[in-house]
Design a protein around this ligand. Sequence first.
Ligand code: MRU
Length: 353
Amino acid sequence: MSDAPVSLRWQGGPDGTLDILDQTRLPGRLEWVTCRDVETVVEAIKMLRVRGAPAIGIAGAYGLAVAAGEAVRAGHPPAEARAHALARAEELATARPTAVNLRWAVERCVGALDRLPDDTTAGDLAAALLAEARAIHTEDRDLCNAIGRHGLAVLPEGDILTHCNTGALATGGSGTALGVITAAWDAGRRFTVFADETRPLFQGSRLTAWELVQRGIPVTVLVDGAAGHLLATGRIAAVIVGADRITACGDTANKIGTYGLALLAAAHGVPFFVAAPSSTFDLSLDSGAEIPIEERSSAEVLAPLGVPAAPDGARAYNPAFDVTPARLIRGIVTEKGVASPVTRDTIRQTLAT
Ligand code: MRU
């Protein structure tokens, strides 16, 4: 069993760099992007070089440390250094709109900055922001482990179907939905993971399959459109996916295609689970209709992986996420326990644990 891959790492002290594993190159190439400025971090988040809700939160947090490093190099006095970091915070928080973990992590770092005295030097500010980002990163590893433990208690034995990538590449630890799957494997269960390829950017086939092959866990890739047929065969014991934002009532935004999968699972009586840390909940939103859905470039659909797949003149519809209503979800696995059935009350109680 090889170690889980690492999606990002900080190199050096407070004046160091953020290194991001460029997920757009996987599985073919392991290439790292070195971020010395916030612009490079924002570009990496927008282009999905780093992706997955918890991982972009961690990248955003380190991004603020990068911003403070910029202030140190520019020789900014305390007030300007603080203003510089705060201006960059908004750029980072808005790099992608759907995953709430990004804003959550950036705001947590801004909170750390707000607690520092006004005359804090750029150097000390950089050290404090790096410490906060490191804490968010380390905590996420522990959250993944706890999600894995709670998920194991509710996940039925047998083959599992999943969508997108929710593993080590998408988090600071073993993953959310994939963390549950690897926890089940490590507990001695034996099964095959069916991974939707996850059009248009193939996070399932490029990233989930890659992680599972590295872990020695059997994985079978299917085109997204084959999920209904697979479920109809009766082979799948459960579907488990991650989340980008979960509202107070349990409506859940996740990678485009998740909603259709949940409907198919319901039609075939297969339990459908969501796994996510509490930082993915946005209790300020009442229902899924309020979740901002990112729309991405037509080119991702018309020329997948750069290969033209539609005639010139065709347009594309490319929402990156959809919303699965709470009623289709058997349980939401968090680091604090499992909300099941999924209601406002069980969510509130689970998160208050
Ligand atoms: O566009 P992406 O690849 O960032 O979308 C990722 C997903 O939808 C994941 O399922 C979600 O962020 C959970 S990751 C633990």
